[in-house]
Write a protein that binds this ligand. Structure first.
Ligand SMILES: NC(=O)c1ccc[n+]([C@@H]2O[C@H](COP(=O)([O-])OP(=O)(O)OC[C@H]3O[C@@H](n4cnc5c(N)ncnc54)[C@H](O)[C@@H]3O)[C@@H](O)[C@H]2O)c1
Length: 259
């Protein structure tokens, strides 16, 4: 049993691939869970599947975030865990082909939206001097990629996570980031099926020879939200089947196969 007094957790992007796995895992851990998502129908379906409560949210809109935070506290009680999973994803392209409306949207959702989500849901945690937050970055935060707007927002989320961890550490709140590598969510599977991305080229870049499963990311989020991580704050944890570790191996003929 957690020493965190309230067992209410909120998951933004809870209707998505990693979000749903997080909802499922937190329910297994015994949390009451609010599934918060831009897509209200999918949020409802996910909530029904896992015995959680759905609430619409647009993290690109300050009033919507405030309304969702108030809804969670009113309907479920004091919220002491937040998984800030929601993001606007992006397809690869050259910088000169950047659609600047999409740039604005990605920054508004991923950067400003994550900041506002943390401040809105963290307010009650600060008052109660107890809570844990996990943000979701990406391995694109650590290196160059053709995700021209998305990558910089994910790098910023790492920096933001450390800022909150230090600002709120003495208020009893831990703030950490998980950084998934290529994860086989239903949306990613669909883009493989459409031929937009190739799983084989991604698998070649992993140490383990497998892509990440949504539940692998959810397990890391669950750990960081739990008391088992009581002394951990301000970290970024790659969950990437060793993709970051392989980067220089392409200079030496690539990742070796099994012996
Ligand atoms: N799948 C991967 O390979 C991968 C890799 C690295 C990082 N990530 C990160 O993991 C997180 C989850 O991604 P996923 O792969 O599950 O994607 P997904 O598309 O399956 O889920 C994203 C969810 O966020 C919701 N959402 C989008 N905009 C929103 C908004 N403005 N307000 C509220 N909800 C909004 C969507 O409706 C969707 O349900 C994201 O932060 C993503 O950047 C994913």
């Amino acid at each position: 049993m957690s020493s965190i007094e309230s067992r209410v957790a909120a998951v933004t992007g809870g209707a998505g691939g990693i979000g749903e796995a997080t909802v499922q895992r937190l329910r297994q851990d015994g949390w009451q869970v609010a599934v918060l998502d831009l897509d209200p129908d999918n949020a409802k379906r996910v909530a029904e599947r896992h015995g959680a409560l759905a609430c619409p949210i647009d993290i690109g809109d300050a009033a919507s975030i405030e309304a969702a935070a108030a809804f969670v506290e009113r309907e479920l009680g004091p919220c002491s865990a937040l998984a800030a999973v929601a993001a606007h994803l992006e397809n690869p392209h050259a910088p000169e082909r950047q659609d600047m409306d999409e740039w604005d949207d990605i920054l508004r959702v991923n950067l400003t939206g994550t900041f506002r989500t943390l401040t809105a849901f963290g307010r009650g945690m600060k008052e109660r001097r107890s809570g844990a937050i996990v943000t979701v970055g990406s391995i694109t935060a650590f290196n160059s990629s053709p995700l021209q707007a998305y990558g910089p927002t994910k790098a910023a989320i790492l920096n933001m996570t450390r800022n909150f961890a230090v600002a709120w550490g003495r208020s009893g709140i831990r703030v950490n980031c998980v950084c998934p590598g290529p994860t086989r969510t239903p949306a990613v599977e669909a883009s493989y099926a459409r031929g937009e991305r190739n799983p084989e080229t991604m698998i070649r870049q992993t140490a383990l020879g497998t892509l990440v499963r949504p539940m692998d990311v959810a397990n890391a989020i669950s750990f960081l939200l739990s008391d088992q991580a009581a002394a951990i704050t301000g970290i970024d944890l790659p969950v990437d089947s060793g993709t970051l570790a392989t980067q220089l191996w392409s200079l030496y003929g690539g990742v070796p196969g099994p012996e």
